[in-house]
Design a protein around this ligand. Structure first.
Ligand code: BES
Ligand code: MN
Ligand code: ZN
Length: 472
């Protein structure tokens, strides 16, 4: 991962010089005439990189990197564009514009996240050298860099966990990874419940969904507890380490990528670890209900009635609607035992998320306007898209059941993401208006590199959660 160092603009002696450009905005003084001439034709569009080779001269290469309108997304794209186009250069020097025209945090996040690649095992011996050091000629701001680094590292942890193939990624493995990552920070505590403990305490949803796998379920509870905290936020993340759909099995194409069905769990634990790294003054508990939804003689059946933590029951008529069953246990537990001020859950919950909003936007649900607004603002700041959807009261009746307190799937079609949210709302219970639900099925994964996102898991939610937690 590249490192950053500030240098005095008077001391620039670069072999590779990077000049951020913004259409219509003049370049800093003192650049060679050929660079200035090229900049005239540069669009300045965020992330667009123009390379000017200058053999026998110094600098021997100049990169013009567009920062768009100079806002956070432009700087983030510029950082990522720089990282992607300099993967074979070990050191680059960036001439930062004077004044406060630089969004250093966004730029550094872009550089770090744009450098991300998932690899299993050791790097290939023939792998090209990676960008190693970024010298920043301009006003030092170490705090912005430290925040960017903690944010990017947490996002990469979430990406690594989500990209990991499910032969290795069992619920137990996930819990071990979280324990290992959390061990580096003071003030983080972790508990991992195994199946016997889950049974003793009545976590029937997690046990039902995990029952078809020889690799049993877990519940991870990770807490960041700073002394000065006045608020307690509980973050719940769906942790299905592989989703076959169970007995209600998925068609083959729909199943192929279902190792990613724990992206919510990855995001909430990574954000909690970063909250500790950044010493945010808010108490945070991440709950990750982890289970593998498989098909076997011990799998749960369509029509089963599941008794959740706390005693509420669900009639489950489709074993592929498994995420809400594990989340129901975790939400009920949070409400009953953790005394939260606010609860947020993140889940790769429904294919309907992408039907409604496309591949880049998560669905946000909350009855609380202020909470919905502050969360959406954090997402915009972070460069992650959310769109608020309604918890349509009139549809609640479609979840009624003759056998149980409620049905896990709707009796009437349509609004799949909304129906899942309405189901979860029942488990937020008395805290319903201090609860946000995020359906992030769509933006948790990307098919090809784009700005700071690299093909595969995006780590969606980590950057939003960290900005939101810092705003409380
Ligand atoms: N994990 C899936 C949702 C999903 C789909 C995530 C595509 C990412 C990409 C979830 O468990 C699921 O299968 N949902 C069902 C719910 C239905 C059975 C009510 C769905 O969306 O079809
Ligand atoms: Mn499913
Ligand atoms: Zn699922």
């Amino acid at each position: 991962m590249p490192t950053f160092r500030f240098i005095d603009p008077a001391d620039v002696d670069a072999d590779t010089l990077v000049v951020p450009t913004r259409a219509g905005v003049p370049l800093p003084d003192g650049l060679p005439a050929d660079v200035v001439a090229l900049a005239v034709d540069h669009s300045g569009k965020g992330g667009v990189v123009e390379v000017l080779p200058r053999p026998t001269q110094r600098p021997s290469k100049v990169l013009l990197v567009g920062v768009g309108d100079g806002g956070a997304s432009g700087w983030r794209a510029a950082g990522a564009g720089l990282a992607r186009s300099t993967a074979r250069t070990s050191t680059v020097t960036v001439v930062l514009p004077a004044g406060d025209d630089t969004d250093l945090r966004a730029f550094a996040e872009g550089v770090l996240l744009g450098s991300y690649r998932f690899r299993l095992g050791a790097p290939r011996p023939d792998a090209p050298p990676a960008l190693d050091e970024v010298l920043l000629a301009g006003t030092p701001d170490e705090a912005a860099l430290a925040t960017a680094r903690a944010t990017a590292e947490a996002t990469m942890l979430a990406r690594d966990l989500t990209n990991m193939p499910s032969d290795e990624k069992t619920p137990e493995w996930f819990a071990e990874q979280v324990s290992a990552a959390a061990a580096a920070y003071d003030g983080l505590t972790i508990s991992v419940r195994e199946p016997e403990q889950l049974a003793a305490e009545g976590f029937g949803g997690i046990l039902a969904v995990g029952g078809g796998s020889s690799r049993g379920p877990r519940l991870v509870e990770l807490t960041w507890s700073p002394a000065q905290a006045t608020q307690h936020v509980v973050l719940v993340g769906k942790g299905i380490t592989f989703d076959t759909g169970g007995i209600s099995i998925k068609p083959r194409d729909a199943m192929k990528l279902m190792r990613k069905d724990m992206g919510g769990a990855a995001a909430v634990v990574a954000a909690t670890i970063a909250a500790a790294a950044l010493r945010l003054p808010v108490r945070v508990t991440a709950l990750a209900p982890l289970a593998e939804n498989l098909v076997s003689g011990s799998a749960f059946r369509p029509g089963d009635v599941i008794r959740h933590y706390g005693g509420r029951t669900s009639e489950s008529n489709n074993s592929d609607a498994e995420g809400r069953l594990v989340l129901a246990d975790a939400l009920a537990y949070a409400v009953d035992r953790l005394d939260p001020d606010l609860i947020v859950d993140l889940a790769t919950l429904t294919g309907a998320n992408a039907v409604a909003l496309g591949k880049r936007t998560a669905a946000l649900y909350s009855d609380n306007d202020g909470l919905a607004k502050s969360f959406a603002e954090a997402a915009t700041d972070a460069g992650e898209q959310v769109w608020r959807m309604p918890l349509t009261t009139d549809y609640r009746d479609f979840l009624s059941s003759e056998l149980a307190d409620l049905s896990s799937i709707a009796s009437e079609g349509g609004a799949g993401s909304v129906m899942a949210a309405l189901y979860l709302a029942e488990f937020a219970g008395p805290l319903r208006d201090r609860w946000v639900h995020i359906d992030m099925s769509a933006p948790s994964w990307i098919e090809s590199d784009s700005s700071e996102l690299s093909k595969g898991a995006t780590g969606w939610g980590v950057r939003t959660l960290l900005r939101w937690l810092a705003s409380l």
